[in-house]
Design a protein around this ligand. Sequence first.
Ligand code: GDP
Length: 364
Amino acid sequence: ALRCGLVGLPNVGKSTIFNALSNAGAESANYPFCTIDPNVGVVPVPDDRLDTLAKMAESAEVTPATIEFFDIAGLVEGASEGEGLGNKFLANIREVDAIVHVVRCFDDENVVHVSGSVDPVRDIEVINTELLLKDMESVEKRIEKQRKPAKSGDKEAAKELEVCEKLHDHLSDGHPARSFEGREWEMEIVEELFLLTSKPVLYAANVDESALPEGNEHVDAVREVAREEGSEVVVISAEVESQIAQLDDPEERALFLEEMGLEKSGLERLIRAAYDLLGLITFFTAGPKEARAWQLTRGLHAPQAAGKIHSDFEKGFIKAETIHYSDYEKHGSEAAARKAGVMRAEGKEYEVKDGDVMLFRFNV
Ligand code: GDP
């Protein structure tokens, strides 16, 4: 499963958000949402289409797509030099597929700020600097390793050395690896370094209730940083989310959100944004037994979608009978959609689209 890591300075609200996320996971009855380890939670991806599909297909079970969230607490200034178990936390970040950077955007005298004041731009810089320093260290190691063979005429090593030196300059200028540009073979070398700043990032601006839904001046500052980087910002109140997570009744929850002037909970928006950040789309399978949402990396083809369900489906793939969700909904059932002629038989080359409802035909 794909993993998102929650990172940020201490006391910015990571655990509060993580606990609310874990609660959201624990509530969903149809899936074994367990906390794998105290810092990892499996969270269902909210999708109204799945519930509608389940009703239309009269499915006995409903299974949402999921992503994992990882609470990576304890990053502080100096982490790249091992400060405060820094190396352990940085190693944790290496294992995630995307980063949710939680930033404190609330003023509260009762909550101590590690640097003494609320300043999200400085906070972001502190964390990003640690990640950059760690990456520079990785690249330097690589450079040292290639220097000798390059000198003795190893062409591959020479190429790698050249790319790593360019990359090192880029990082030293304060730019993350994800904004490094090069030719395809150069990017392949960069990818193999598994750098921390290669990972996609989104910012979660943690605000007080009073700043919902638009945000406040701190959030504006975060937006400015994010805009320059091409990252997304989700405005969320960790405290409000933990209150919402305690409401069991969906109607009560809806009412609470309405009072707050929110259409969807911050968690829902955060989970959706993380899903997009990971480059995922959803396809569905729907029958009397189960309606299920499956996640797939954008750009993959029908046999690979089949392979998500079972490797045999991919090996013996013949075709995928495909109805787009919007057609399915319009006609009200699979049978009606078939009759209306909106079901397509898609082959091996078909790129799966978000919202496709698929039935795979395969040889065993
Ligand atoms: P972490 O160290 O980043 O995991 O931060 P925590 O989630 O443990 O939160 C640190 C403190 O800030 C706790 O006392 C929380 O109750 C408080 N806190 C978290 N989010 C908010 C918020 O949105 N508003 C206010 N006023 N306090 C918050």
